[in-house]
Design a protein around this ligand. Structure first.
Ligand SMILES: C=CC1=C(C)c2cc3[nH]c(cc4nc(cc5[nH]c(cc1n2)c(C)c5CCC(=O)O)C(CCC(=O)O)=C4C)c(C)c3C=C
Ligand code: FES
Ligand SMILES: [Fe+2]
Length: 414
């Protein structure tokens, strides 16, 4: 049950301007309209900040330039060495018009913010019911390349009464089910950076703690039963659109965002974890249909992990296999890779839009949102700061950021 606090527990927010925030975004505006709970109030352990980490996407076509410039400035995603600050802006500027057209074609922006805010808020409502010891759960979204950015969200959490000498617990919950150092790793490095900048070393307080936010991390969940169930139900629903006599022979084409081979060979865990999700979903579907895993959205001229989704579809059609069902398996809501690349480019240009189809993304799936809540509940009750896997760096990793941020998150005492 959500905890109702007395009006006396409501305290005024610090003015946003003093936190470096000029104008409240939608997420902040909603928080401004709701009471702020001092972190010492609430149930035995709550309140708990639930922070969804993801890359984000431009909500409007005008935001594409800023989105791409942040993306190409990220050395964890696109390492350009000493030339990063010179080449990053150059490449992003050149790429902007092409990508703006793609966002215009999918309705003028990425739906990822809408879905992330919805999923996080709905998950927190369920958590208040099923995990009363850590209630109330307060939803936050922290994006790597688009608003609300990690810095903005961290400042908002401080304004809401977490950390800053007052302690409190927060869970960094990656919305990439499979861990890659280029995605979840980058978001955690960014979170750690703002943690150092905005909180530093606060305490010690009387209770021996330093009064900063205690962070724990849900860093991967590739084979969580609820996730697998949500994917499986969406696949089954789409398979029903094929005539019964052909249904079991439809080839299931799982498609995940590719990685450059340099990242794969560095030892990134993502390809194996994507494979694990695919296998778990196929087990749940009892292996009735044949399937393959392919990879999409490669950028630039260097070698990427294949086979590519586009050539896979073409090759199967050329072999006479026209019943193909594409399944985006590494992202939990729609984005240009599903709405533009899969729907418009791959399916649209296949010439077989009636037999080549795509499974719905998880978006607002209640099964998926329940899975998020179940996963968060077991994490909250586990006393674990992050997975054992997260403590291990890639064999080829040379990044100081990875060393420091992993050390920080793995050493959190809950
Ligand atoms: C699990 C998902 C993703 C992985 C892994 C990933 C790795 C990765 N991506 C790039 C470069 C770009 N990605 C871009 C957009 C983009 N990437 C993902 C997901 C993953 N990326 C998504 C969902 C999106 C679209 C966001 C949206 O629409 O909401 C882009 C920008 C678009 C473009 O210019 O084509 C780039 C660039 C690299 C280099 C990489 C691995 C190292
Ligand atoms: S690149 Fe994987 S741990 Fe640093
Ligand atoms: Fe990407």
């Amino acid at each position: 049950m959500a905890l109702r606090l007395p009006v006396a527990a409501i305290r005024p927010l610090r003015p946003l301007r003093s936190l470096g925030l000029a104008k409240p975004c939608a997420q902040q505006a909603r928080w401004l309209a709701t009471p702020v709970y001092p972190v010492t109030q609430g149930s035995s352990q709550g309140p708990t900040a639930m922070v969804f980490l993801n890359m984000g996407g431009p909500s409007t076509v005008d935001e594409v330039g800023d989105f791409l410039s942040r993306l190409f400035a990220d050395a964890d995603l696109i390492p350009l060495g000493r030339l990063q600050s010179y080449l990053g802006p150059l490449i992003s500027k050149r790429r902007t018009p092409k990508i703006q057209k793609q966002y215009a074609a999918i309705g003028g922006g990425s739906p990822i913010r809408k879905w992330s805010e919805h999923q996080c808020a709905e998950m927190c409502k369920i958590l208040d019911e099923i995990s009363p010891a850590t209630a109330p759960h307060k939803p936050y979204v922290a994006f790597r390349y688009a608003n609300p950015l990690t810095e903005q969200t961290y400042r908002q959490m401080l304004a809401d009464g977490f950390g800053g000498g007052r302690g409190g617990r927060a869970v960094a919950f990656t919305q990439y089910p499979q861990y890659s150092c280029s995605t979840t790793g980058s978001s955690l490095n960014e979170l750690w950076k703002w943690r150092q900048r905005l909180e530093g070393k606060a305490g010690p307080l009387d209770d021996g703690s330093d009064g900063t936010i205690k962070w724990s991390v849900i860093d991967r969940w590739p084979v969580h039963d609820g996730l697998v169930e949500a994917f499986a139900q969406n696949i089954e629903a789409k398979l029903m659109e094929y005539p019964e006599e052909r249904r079991d022979k439809v080839v299931l084409l799982f498609s995940a965002h590719s990685l450059p081979m340099t990242v794969v060979n560095r030892g990134d865990p993502y390809p194996a974890e994507v494979g694990a999700t695919v296998h778990a979903v196929m087990n749940r579907l009892k292996h009735v249909n044949p399937y393959r895993l392919c990879w999409q959205s490669q950028v630039g001229p260097q070698p990427w992990l294949g086979p590519q989704a586009s050539s896979t579809v073409e090759d199967y059609i050329a072999k006479g296999q026209k019943d193909l069902l594409l399944i985006p398996i590494a992202f939990t809501s729609d984005h240009i890779e599903t709405l533009f690349e899969l729907d418009e480019e791959i399916i649209g240009e296949s010439g077989h839009g009636d037999t080549v189809k795509r499974v719905e993304s998880l978006n607002g799936s209640p099964v998926f949102i329940q899975a998020l809540a179940d996963l968060a509940k077991s994490h909250l009750g586990s006393g674990i700061a992050c997975s054992t896997q997260m403590g291990l760096r890639c064999p080829g990793c040379k990044s100081e950021r990875c060393t420091e941020s992993k050390k920080f998150f793995a050493s959190q005492q809950l």
